[in-house]
Design a protein around this ligand. Structure first.
Ligand SMILES: C[S@@+](CC[C@H](N)C(=O)[O-])C[C@H]1O[C@@H](n2cnc3c(N)ncnc32)[C@H](O)[C@@H]1O
Length: 218
């Protein structure tokens, strides 16, 4: 069952590739988005970054402008093609097709890990395993950054279903009318803290109006 839920997320983003960037144009979110770009630039300056679930490379471009190098991974060639066409591929920006649940092609030469809008698409029961794998691809004191959506009443797509583990789902519609039921969790600060446990250092959590962002060291 969990594989099916993960596959739904994968397929949905492959089919949505050409509409995806519109999400960053929503007027009400511009103030927060500006803050996120600024924060990422400050935090990831001079780092060797592994970005997972990079999508169309929207955040990759920002990070590439300040980092030593960035390897950005996604499972869908449809989104990677758009990312590669941003004109940022170079000798310090690499796009690789791989599955975040295995990361088989990734060696551990990174001082930082980043994932935008990915935490929310992981089943609660898989989060710790996912984090352990992601951490294992980074150097021992690496910096981690995750950011994702907050649920905003009246603006976020409504929750269509909650499963027995408390995972929440939304029914999303593409411009051509196709519908998908997608796993989308909105963790509280308490849930984030519980998931990360007490082995991490320097944890910072920021809740903006539309997004949350965390940083910590392993
Ligand atoms: C919400 S989008 C985020 C894209 C990008 N990080 C951003 O913030 O613009 C989620 C991304 O995860 C990718 N994805 C889904 N399942 C994946 C998997 N198993 N391994 C790697 N990427 C996956 C999708 O193709 C999609 O690009």
């Amino acid at each position: 069952m969990s594989r099916k839920i993960e596959k739904n997320v994968e397929k949905y983003y492959a089919d949505r590739a050409y509409e995806y960037n519109k999400t960053y144009l929503r007027p009400e979110r511009q103030k927060d988005i500006k803050k996120l770009h600024k924060l990422l630039k400050r935090l990831l300056s001079d780092h060797r970054v592994l970005e997972i679930a990079c999508g169309t490379g929207y955040w990759t471009r920002t990070i590439a402008s300040v980092s030593k190098f960035i390897t950005a991974v996604d499972i869908n060639e449809e989104v990677l093609q758009i990312a590669r066409n941003r004109g940022i591929s170079s000798d310090h920006v690499f796009f690789i097709q791989d599955d975040v649940y295995s990361l088989k092609k990734i060696k551990n030469n990174f001082s930082a890990g980043f994932a935008g809008f990915w935490w929310s698409h992981i089943l609660k029961s898989e989060l710790k395993r996912f984090l352990a794998l992601f951490h294992s691809k980074l150097q021992s004191d690496a910096l981690l950054i995750f950011m994702d959506n907050r649920r905003v009443e009246g603006i976020s797509t409504p929750i269509s279903r909650i499963d027995i583990d408390g995972n929440t789902y939304q029914v999303r519609k593409l411009e051509d009318g196709r519908e998908y039921e997608i796993l989308k969790n909105f963790p509280t600060k308490k849930e984030i803290l519980e998931t990360l446990g007490n082995k991490i250092k320097n944890l910072k959590i920021k809740f903006l109006e539309y997004f949350w962002i965390i940083s910590y060291n392993i």
